[in-house]
Write a protein that binds this ligand. Structure first.
Ligand code: FAD
Length: 361
């Protein structure tokens, strides 16, 4: 990277500008750091972004129908290796193997779980000791177990990776304003930064990006509580409609809902009261609510990521649309994007931006 100092901020020539350092920008900058390319990340460190409110569950099955997560075998294989490599660089463990104790709220849900096991038992089982949690929880219809699942330590990885970027002068902590972006066929210029390409990893901000606003983005709001209770084993994630995730120091993340229609982005009293009631019915032990947050997931109607470059403006790219599964999808697709750039290898056809060539043109 070359710096030419001016009276405002240094002029810079880099190969890539990355806008945003949530989970997508973190993995993308990590994989670019493994190449000879130079890059600068621009991120204004907004509070309560999706990556800051999420807890980092990597669940191999999805939804009420307990279907296997899309391409989960490839995603998990990649994730384990990727986290192992990143751990070496940031010096602490970032991925823990866990299991979800899934309490059945009705007999129908119990029997649907059993039917799924008959079809494919790779991640599901019904433990024989069904009394194991009866001192802690109310549950009439028993529980199943989903394992392995994983917890990705978002809370620590994003700020720690940011410190690395700061130490190497690879991040500008400021608001990116798209009106200041200029480009030709061969280069992009943002203020005094010249780059070959720019890649947007800016979460819901991309919904208004003039180059990508025609993508089928959709906003999905989620609220979470943090509770304090001393009583739970920290080795399990517990689920009964809502999910309870250990965070250390007797703190537990409790979430979340999925709101497609909402009046504002802030936490609501409605969620607070509803979740308090659910917890009071479910937990047999005392708890204290210590925090309440909300965020918007950068979701999309197709439930598949957006990965690649604009069909006309080929030096403008995007890595986004991770929806409810940023921790599972971002490492895999950040690597695919970097491999595509350097080795021209294909991006998975269901995630590649090429599927939207017609509407983006
Ligand atoms: C309540 C809730 C629970 C969730 N739980 C999970 C979970 O358990 N597991 C899971 O895998 N996923 C979960 N998710 C989804 C996950 O959080 C998202 O898929 C993921 O965080 C999206 O990451 P991102 O990098 O695309 O966007 P973001 O996290 O939104 O990051 C975008 C970044 O860009 C920056 N930025 C934006 N605009 C600008 C600008 N103009 N200038 C400068 N910087 C800018 C922001 O400051 C931010 O740092 C959850 C989401 C929510 C809301």
């Amino acid at each position: 990277m070359q710096f030419f100092y001016s009276n405002y901020v240094c002029n810079m020539n880099v190969d890539f500008i990355i806008v945003g350092q949530g989970i997508c920008g973190t993995w993308l900058s990590y994989y670019l750091s493994k190449t000879n390319a130079s890059f600068i990340v621009i991120d204004n460190n907004q509070p309560n972004t999706s990556s800051k409110v999420a807890v980092g569950i990597i669940n191999p099955v999805t939804g009420r129908r307990i279907v296997k997560t899309w391409i989960i075998d490839s995603l998990l294989l990649h994730l384990e290796n990727a986290c192992f490599e990143l751990e070496k660089e940031i010096g602490f463990s970032i991925l823990s193997q866990n299991k979800i104790i899934d309490f059945f709220s009705t007999l129908q849900i119990q029997s649907a779980f059993k039917n799924k096991i008959d079809e494919d038992d790779s991640f599901l089982k019904i433990p024989t000791n069904q009394n194991e949690f009866e001192t802690l929880f109310n549950y009439e219809f028993g529980f199943g177990e989903i394992s392995p699942c994983y917890l990705f330590n978002l809370k620590k990885v994003i700020p720690e990776w940011r410190k690395k970027l700061i130490a190497k002068n690879q991040i500008l902590e400021e608001l990116f304003v798209i009106d200041n972006l200029k480009f030709t066929n061969t280069k992009v210029t943002y203020k005094n930064i010249n780059a070959s390409k720019i890649i947007f990893c800016d979460g819901i901000t991309s919904f208004n990006n003039p180059y990508f606003k025609n993508l089928p983005f959709s906003f999905n709001k989620g609220e979470v509580l943090q509770i304090e209770t001393a009583e739970f084993p920290a080795s399990n994630i517990f689920k009964k409609g809502i999910v309870l995730v250990p965070q250390g120091d007797n703190l537990f993340w409790v979430g979340s809902n999925y709101e497609w229609n909402f009046a504002h982005i802030n936490p609501t009293n409605e969620f607070l009261e509803k979740t308090k009631k659910q917890l009071n019915n479910w937990l047999k032990v005392p708890f204290k609510i210590v925090d309440h947050k909300a965020s918007i997931r950068p979701s999309n109607l197709e439930r598949r990521p957006f990965v690649g470059f604009h069909p006309i403006h080929q030096n403008i790219g995007i890595l986004n649309g991770m929806g409810t599964k940023g921790c599972t999808l971002a490492p895999y697709f950040a690597k695919q994007l970097v491999d595509n750039l350097f080795y021209n290898t294909p991006i998975h056809s269901e995630a590649s931006l090429e599927r939207f060539n017609a509407i983006l043109k």
